[in-house]
Design a protein around this ligand. Structure first.
Ligand code: IPD
Ligand code: CA
Ligand code: CA
Length: 269
């Protein structure tokens, strides 16, 4: 792996150690699915196990750094300068159902700017990573966003809504609006970090989703940008900075997609 940055090296080691346990746990899912108890509890403990390995390894290198992680929440809150942002399993429902589409996502933020990002798909053995200013990589190769110019021919990903979302109608009408303007059906793969990785390496031309959390996208945003893509936000709720409504694209189809999603006459609730 061509990782020369010290920060990425720390993230890589933590991720690889955690992924060994995660792959073992994924191997158990099939057995648990046929058991009467089901895999629910096991998955939440796999989540916590993976997270603990990652946090322990990252804090071993920098014990005073802050942490924002999906299950553990915030640690070392006094440190306002350096922060690891972690999603131990992004794509939990896939993992729970034995579907091999999930990832470990780790971002490193310094002075409120993401400096390093790493997303690892342990099943495909695909490691996406970037350092600010140094380009984006998939395993040993430099990656670039796609060159597609028209939304009509684009392959676009999205996600949500969760069952309890207050924005269901908006989300469905945005989905309808985009679907009515593309030839290839919109994809919904269930792991936002991998959706962003797919934009970065040109498999997707664009991705949008409401109600994302920082740990879903911290690493992915940097990887898309470093691959030459564009990321911005729509319908920003100033009262809820924890939920991000995000559009990421190859930059060439961005405006067209943004115009559809923010179109005035689509359902608002
Ligand atoms: C979820 C996945 C999913 C997205 C959800 C996220 P989780 O993360 O990224 O693709 O649609 O909004 O919460 O719960 O699997 O870590
Ligand atoms: Ca997630
Ligand atoms: Ca998660």
């Amino acid at each position: 792996m061509r990782i020369s940055s010290p920060k990425l090296n720390i993230m890589y080691k933590a991720c690889m150690k955690a992924s060994r346990s995660l792959i073992r746990d994924f191997g158990e899912i099939e057995n648990l699915q046929v058991s009467s108890k089901g895999p629910g509890d096991f998955v939440s403990s796999a989540d916590k196990r993976t997270e603990k390995i990652i946090i322990d390894e990252l804090l071993k290198a920098h014990p005073d750094y802050g942490v924002l992680s999906e299950e553990a929440g915030r640690l070392n809150e006094k440190n306002k300068t350096n922060k690891w942002i972690i999603d131990p399993i992004d794509g939990t429902s896939n993992f729970l159902n034995g579907i091999p589409q999930f990832a470990i996502s780790i971002g490193y933020e310094e002075n409120n700017e993401i400096k390093n990002g790493l997303i690892y798909d342990p099943i495909k053995n695909e490691l996406f990573f970037a350092e600010v200013g140094s380009g984006a990589f998939l395993n040993n190769s430099r990656i670039r966003v796609s060159k597609k110019k028209n939304l009509k021919n684009s392959l676009i990903g999205t996600g949500g809504p969760r069952g309890n979302s207050k924005f269901k109608n908006k989300i469905f009408s945005e989905y309808l609006e985009v679907s009515n303007n593309v030839e290839i059906p919109v994809r919904k793969f269930g792991s936002a970090s991998l959706d962003l990785a797919n934009v970065a390496c040109g498999r997707f031309d664009a991705f949008w989703q409401r109600e994302l959390s920082h740990w879903d996208v911290a690493a992915g945003i940097l990887i898309v940008k470093e691959a030459g893509g564009f990321v911005d936000y729509f319908d920003i709720d100033n009262n809820d900075s924890k939920k991000l409504n995000l559009i990421a694209s190859n930059s060439l189809v961005h405006e067209e997609l943004r115009n559809l999603i923010t179109k005035k006459n689509i359902e608002k609730n």
